[in-house]
Design a protein around this ligand. Structure first.
Ligand SMILES: Nc1ncnc2c1ncn2[C@@H]1O[C@H](COP(=O)(O)OP(=O)(O)O)[C@@H](O)[C@H]1O
Ligand SMILES: [Mg+2]
Length: 391
């Protein structure tokens, strides 16, 4: 499943922003305060709105007044266009407004288009807890079958209909969309969390903060030895001296990561290896995950890493996206950007207080320079991404 476009309205600095023609790997650059973190927060917001409800997702962000774009009227809106696994283009539209002070779903639509000319089927069309949903799901996609709709009322107008309507649990396209959002991974990696020995436990995927790196290492080692071997091979090649990494249980049942340096007899425990080593290791166990997340967002992966390594890291993000779905990365690093292709690059430019989204591939000047052999990171440094850097 692939997100083709994302439209954000009245969400903080995104008063009216659109990311079009999204590729599998999207790399976002922009000055401080231009909205990179906010973009990733939009994905978190959708996930929380689904797993909890919109009132909670709004309140965790300081309330509606804080979240809505300054000085703007109208609801907060997020529209995602995506291709479902059957190849059809679908649109999910969510609008949030206040109802007597409480954030509610002002409008929620999930529609699929059949073919190029077919009328879209609105599977879900709700406003403030009331609306209609399709009851003949099995007819979807069949020639000559029209949608049959039934009115429904939800218990709570701040719960999404795609969650609140139990009937859709079994229905492939809606279930697929829900599980897509539920498995998004919005990384908020902190070296200090990945470093100390973690609590005992079991984990298959790296957590958002990276604090279960030892458990995931143990899981890969036990259940996906080939992936684990690859991680080690890459570590050996990129981090001089690291010959082996093990996740070792302690007597009190915790797991400790230990890095073997070929020059010494005893391994170093994770607490004493370098930031870059821990970070590279955590990224690798995330990127070589045998079951990639359908969407992964990472902020500034370059921090703590040696510039020469970033080119390969871009390749690894791209590869992850190819295997699993889609990756969004923000960066401040020209070296990282040099590894990206022009049609993977978006930049954010603040104009009169709000963010405009630009696509590098749309600039003729950039296309020509790249065709002549220039690298995107170098062009960005030269100021050719207008409005993308500090003025
Ligand atoms: N409700 C709002 N309306 C308009 N702008 C907002 C609102 N809330 C926050 N901002 C602005 O959004 C920006 C935050 O952007 P952020 O995503 O942290 O940028 P980056 O990650 O690129 O540094 C700040 O400039 C802040 O002033
Ligand atoms: Mg930021």
């Amino acid at each position: 499943m692939l997100i083709e476009s994302l439209e954000i309205k009245n969400y903080r600095i995104f008063r009216d922003a659109r990311f079009e023609d999204l590729p599998r790997l999207a790399v976002v650059v922009g000055a401080n305060g231009s909205g990179k973190t906010t973009l990733f927060d939009v994905f978190s917001f959708l996930k929380e709105a689904l797993t909890q409800n919109v009132a909670q997702a709004v309140s965790r962000r300081g309330g509606f007044q804080e979240l809505a774009s300054r000085g703007q009227e109208g609801p907060i809106g997020i529209t995602v266009k995506f291709r479902e696994s059957g190849g059809r283009l679908a649109t999910y539209q969510l609008e949030i407004a206040l109802d007597e002070g409480r954030p509610v779903v002002h409008r929620e639509i999930l529609k699929f288009r059949r073919g190029r000319s077919g009328k879209p089927w609105h599977f879900v069309d709700f406003s403030r807890g009331r609306g209609s949903a399709i009851t003949n799901e099995s007819g979807y996609g069949r020639e000559g079958v029209e949608a049959v709709r039934e009115e429904r009322v939800l218990d709570d107008p701040s719960v999404l209909a795609i969650k609140g309507l139990g009937q859709f649990k079994e229905f492939r396209v809606v279930a697929e969309f829900r599980s897509l959002i539920e498995s998004w991974h919005i990384s908020d990696f902190h070296i200090s969390d990945a470093r100390p020995s973690a609590e005992a436990g079991y984990a298959e995927h790296l957590s958002a903060r990276g604090d279960n790196a030892a458990q995931v290492a143990q899981y890969l080692y036990k259940h996906h030895p080939k992936s684990f071997e690859r991680v080690l091979a890459v570590m050996r090649q990129r981090v001089p001296g690291v010959s082996r990494v093990e996740a070792k249980p302690t007597e009190d049942g915790r797991l400790v990561l230990r890095f073997q340096d070929g020059s010494f007899k005893d391994p170093f425990i994770a607490r004493y290896v370098s930031d870059g080593t821990i970070k590279m290791f955590a990224y690798l166990i995330m990127l070589y995950d045998p079951k990639p997340h359908p969407l992964l967002t990472i902020e500034e992966p370059e921090n703590q890493l040696y510039p020469e390594l970033l080119h390969e890291l871009v390749e690894e993000f791209r590869d992850y996206a190819r295997r699993g779905g889609q990756v969004f990365v923000s960066t401040h690093s020209p070296d990282f950007l040099n590894g990206a292709k022009l049609d993977e690059i978006y930049w954010l430019a603040k104009q009169r207080g709000f963010t405009a989204v630009k696509r590098a591939a749309e600039s003729e000047a950039l296309r020509n320079l790249i065709a002549e052999g220039d690298l995107p990171g170098a062009l960005w440094k030269q100021g050719l991404f207008e409005g993308a850097g500090p003025q």
